[in-house]
Design a protein around this ligand. Structure first.
Ligand SMILES: Cc1cc2nc3c(=O)[nH]c(=O)nc-3n(C[C@H](O)[C@H](O)[C@H](O)COP(=O)(O)OP(=O)(O)OC[C@H]3O[C@@H](n4cnc5c(N)ncnc54)[C@H](O)[C@@H]3O)c2cc1C
Length: 562
């Protein structure tokens, strides 16, 4: 490209899930990638996240004798994702490509020295459907000692949990008041933290472990990675082929040429209110837990080049509350809402949903309910037994809650359900009747209204130590409490449409030459469903892997032909 300041083989926009994976593929084929990251930290929302990847039929399942296969995974996706005209990113062809490539991507990472493993029990989210695996398909990175990064440690985006825990441990840890597993986990994590202090280790877990490990390997492989490097425009030649990017690095404009393609891995648009108003009206940038760079301009720039988009109204909902004095400003309360001795009601005081379903479908249900009865925000109603046993918006079980929660009306407290209803602006008799009905279900262990606890995933989210149902317990011991929560999100789920090689497509189905995209910049291969833990990070890695291989194999063929 004439006038370029620099030239690389493959230019990757954003340092999200798929980016470093793609860069390692490029390096493994003897070519030079460049990663451009807009913020001052590497890792994207992926580093903040649980770091789980949903990988069917992976090598760890095979190692542990957990039955899975391409066919079984496809049966599951056929059932929970299905074929719909308005979700072209989730076509059967793309789903098959995902299921086929995902285990290969994991094998590649393991060959690169990334220490991965599988969670031993994390049911698929529609665990009642054919093809689901109850043990789960959740792959994660082992804890990572960030000291291995040396000075670059400061460049890794931190995880949303400030203590070094694996995602699965995070489910057991809050149950330390009610289960032996929880108590053991608490002791294990405390010991880990003390030992780390004594030995000078900087353990990080979950998404920070995954991206930390990727970052370490990328640095070792000599991948050129730059922060404060926001791409402003994707460049094309007169034929429309993508040839590079225009980027502002540390405030200076630069033109970077890409010999064999550009991969956009720049996240979604959860932090762009204008785009939310257009595609997801009634939702707010205040409700997202994504990283600050999640502002959608790369999706818009790909649209400028003619890229087709789909599923823009979808997000990965995640129930969120906003207690005063919360350090992060947002508390994700998915697992708290699923604990016994509590129920969710709309603003009229009526229960309307299975509290223990997956976060994405819960929030879809909440938004749907809000169309007929105000349900955004909804209320979590719970009793003093819940207060004693479970976390409340991230605070430890039984701990004294800040006075400001009461003074500022966040946490309501009353001696009876009827009084609580009045504080929440509900009709007292109605809330009492709802609680009585729910308590009956809790005692029998069968939710006749919404089947809470009816599937393995529901029970997984509950409390193993609670009987007869891990998901339900009566709300009967005063004082009673309530707080409001919103359909927050951990990312949007729509974007540009890509093919089985991760190439960005136009409305007419043709590929924009030289342009690839992955992660939540794209319309998800999972359509409007969230099949299991890791359905965002998994696809980001897999399509990054696929894109880099496709682009570099094309480059090799061209070189051989020349
Ligand atoms: C608390 C939490 C827990 C979660 N847990 C999980 C989980 O366990 N498993 C799962 O699958 N999902 C999880 N999610 C969701 C998941 O983390 C995200 O959907 C996913 O990480 C998005 O990955 P990505 O690769 O598309 O983008 P990201 O990881 O967000 O990376 C995009 C990067 O691009 C950069 N960027 C944006 N624009 C530009 C530009 N113009 N130029 C250069 N750079 C740019 C951004 O700054 C960002 O660093 C979780 C999310 C949260 C918040």
């Amino acid at each position: 490209m004439i006038g370029a300041d620099e030239t690389f083989d493959f230019v990757i926009v954003g340092s999200g899930g798929g980016s470093m994976c793609a860069a390692l593929v490029v390096k493994s084929m003897g070519l030079e990638p460049l990663i451009l990251e807009k913020t001052d930290l590497f890792g994207g929302t992926t580093a903040k996240s649980g770091g789980i990847m949903w990988i069917p039929n992976n090598r760890f399942m095979q190692r542990d004798g957990i039955a899975d296969s391409t066919e079984k995974a496809m049966t599951y996706l056929d059932n929970c994702v299905g074929d719909h005209n308005d979700t072209p990113g989730a076509s059967r062809e793309r789903r098959l490509a995902y299921v086929t490539q995902a285990p290969k991507m994991v094998d590649f990472l393991v060959e690169q020295g990334i220490e991965l493993n599988r969670h031993n029990y994390w049911p698929d989210y529609y665990s009642e459907l054919p093809g689901a695996v109850e043990e789960g398909r959740a792959v994660f990175a082992e804890l990572f000692d960030a000291s291995a990064l040396g000075e670059a440690r400061k460049k890794l985006r931190p995880n949303f949990v400030p203590v070094p825990v694996k995602s699965q441990e995070m489910w057991d840890l809050p149950l330390y008041k009610t289960t032996w597993i929880g108590k053991k986990m608490m002791a294990k994590v405390a010991l880990r933290m003390v030992t780390a202090r004594l030995t000078g280790k900087h353990w990080v877990g979950s998404g920070a472990a995954l991206q930390g490990r990727m970052f370490e390997k990328a640095l070792k492989a000599g991948v050129d990675m730059r922060t404060n490097a926001g791409v402003e425009r994707i460049l094309t030649d007169e034929s429309g082929r993508v040839t590079g990017v225009q980027v502002r690095i540390d405030g200076k404009e630069r033109v970077i040429a890409a010999r064999h393609g550009v991969l956009v891995n720049a996240g979604g648009f959860a932090r762009n209110q204008e785009m939310r108003d257009k595609y997801q009206p009634g939702t707010s940038t205040q409700w997202t837990a994504t990283c600050p760079g999640d502002t959608g301009e790369m999706i818009q720039d790909m649209m400028r080049l003619g890229a087709a988009i789909a599923q823009m109204e979808e997000m990965v909902g995640n129930q969120a509350a906003f207690p005063p004095e919360n350090a992060d400003g947002i508390a994700l309360v998915v697992s708290e809402i699923a604990k016994p001795n509590s129920m969710v009601v709309d603003q009229s005081g009526e229960r309307y949903i299975n509290e223990n379903q997956s976060y994405m479908s819960f929030c879809q249900g909440m938004l749907a309910r809000n169309k007929t009865v105000p349900a955004v925000p909804s209320w979590l109603i719970f009793d003093s037994e819940y207060m004693r046993k479970y976390m409340v918006t991230g605070t430890m079980p039984g701990s004294k809650k800040p006075q400001s929660w009461f003074d500022r009306g966040f946490l309501k407290k009353a001696d009876t359900i009827e009084e609580l209803a009045k504080l929440c602006g509900m009709e007292p008799g109605k809330l009492k009747a709802q609680a009585d009905r729910f308590n009956g279900f809790a005692r029998s262990g069968v939710d006749e209204d919404f089947k809470r606890g009816g599937r393995a995933y529901d029970r997984f989210l509950g409390d193993k130590g609670n009987a007869p149902s891990p998901s339900m317990g009566p709300i009967e011991k005063g004082p009673f409490y309530a707080y409001q929560f919103y359909p927050g999100d951990v990312g949007t789920y729509g974007g540009v449409i890509t093919d089985t090689n991760a190439r960005v497509l136009r409305e007419d189905g043709s590929a924009i030459a030289g342009l690839y995209a992955t992660g939540i910049s794209t319309a998800s291969v999972m359509g409007r469903a969230y099949p299991g833990a890791g359905a965002s990070v998994g696809p980001s890695f897999v399509w990054g892997y696929v894109a880099a291989r496709h682009a570099m194999e094309g480059a090799k063929e061209n070189a051989e032909a020349a």
